[in-house]
Design a protein around this ligand. Sequence first.
Ligand SMILES: Nc1ncnc2c1ncn2[C@@H]1O[C@H](COP(=O)(O)OP(=O)(O)OP(=O)(O)O)[C@@H](O)[C@H]1O
Length: 429
Amino acid sequence: MTGEVLLSAHGLTKAYAGADGELPVLGGIDLEVRAGEVVALLGRSGSGKSTLLRCLAGLVPASSGTVAYRGEPLTGANPGTAMVFQTFALLPWLTVRQNVELGLEAKGIGRKERARAALQAIDLIGLDGFENAYPKELSGGMRQRVGFARALVVEPDVLMMDEPFSALDVLTAENLRGELMELWESGHFPTRAVVLVTHHIEEAVLMADRVVVLGARPYGTIRSTFAVDLPRPRDRRSAGFLDLVDEVYRAMTGRPKDAPRLSGRSALGSTPLPPASVDGLSGLAEILARHLDDRSDVAELADGLGLEVDGLLPQIDALELLGLAEVVGADLALTPLGSAFARADVQESKRLFAEAALSVPLVSLLTTSLTRTPTLRRGFFRDLLSHHFTSEQVEGQLETATDWGRYGELYAYDASTTTYYLPPTPPLP
Ligand SMILES: Nc1ncnc2c1ncn2[C@@H]1O[C@H](COP(=O)(O)OP(=O)(O)OP(=O)(O)O)[C@@H](O)[C@H]1O
């Protein structure tokens, strides 16, 4: 790696203030971004990717450690970066050109020069003809082009992108990714490096020279880094591409030795329940049961379903957590319990599922609490969980626990009164 260092983070930590004290999000990040490279920050939801990007951009202050631009520690917004967001964040009452000019206005650049630079950026990103259109007249893809033009117009040293394609439909996203990388390769790209936040493994391998995998347990740290030496434009079907996707996938699912097991049989606060419905995880178990030895390569499974690999992560996590499957290398394999579950009739599958779900702390807590107090409000469990998780994570976990417990007939839930209760015992025949 030879380019000069543009961005650097050393010993960077970040904790947000929460209702119940500090929520640590990043722990001890060391990272450099050099001229000439595209770096992807890859990780699951909640691993702190966006927070790291914002710290590098100086939009969020670090709790400790340093972030520097060209060796100068940041004291506010990073003057060498511009950001493209997932949601396009355009001002609806301004035209395309006026939206693009916004970044320049903030820099105190005169009107004539602003118009010239904006038109150039608009042209570069394929928006010519839309200069005077308002955002509501544009498709999602065209709106995101405005997002790109607005960032590129200031010719930042480093373009920062926070999941810029995830709000777009598949074809539009693929098209825009391709155009962007062509532009980067052509040498006409007005930035010297790119940092991309994504949770799509394939997107990271497709676009980046270096993929930095963040792990989320117990808080965001760099788990591994991969150099991507594949020639551009990259072929998603080439053996090299698929091998690297597999390797990165293993790094994302592999657990560091000292991290708590995902099985979460320990404390309530260890690992949030994944957002996987019983239907979804049963579907995956049934598909696995159709494979030889009840196991399959995860990338192939996802491909067969028309999904990106990470699209299956919540269901895989759920099957593991419930002890119904395990990840072995790049494969997902049903356990004997999972195999029985996948092949059982409805009643037996509910019984097996209940047995598995009772090993999950939150489900077990709901069940045992209800044996002591026959009805309990959702707010009671929300409060308990809020000591360990953000409110979004709390609601997500309660959704999952409600679905799982209902299916296993461990408890029932009345949404109109937000109350859990024990299901009535069926009458004796
Ligand atoms: N401003 C904030 N205040 C409090 N907590 C926050 C704030 N921003 C993020 N968090 C929390 O920090 C954790 C990491 O969030 P972050 O958005 O950085 O992760 P991420 O890996 O980018 O996830 P995602 O892909 O879901 O955006 C999450 O638990 C999130 O709820």
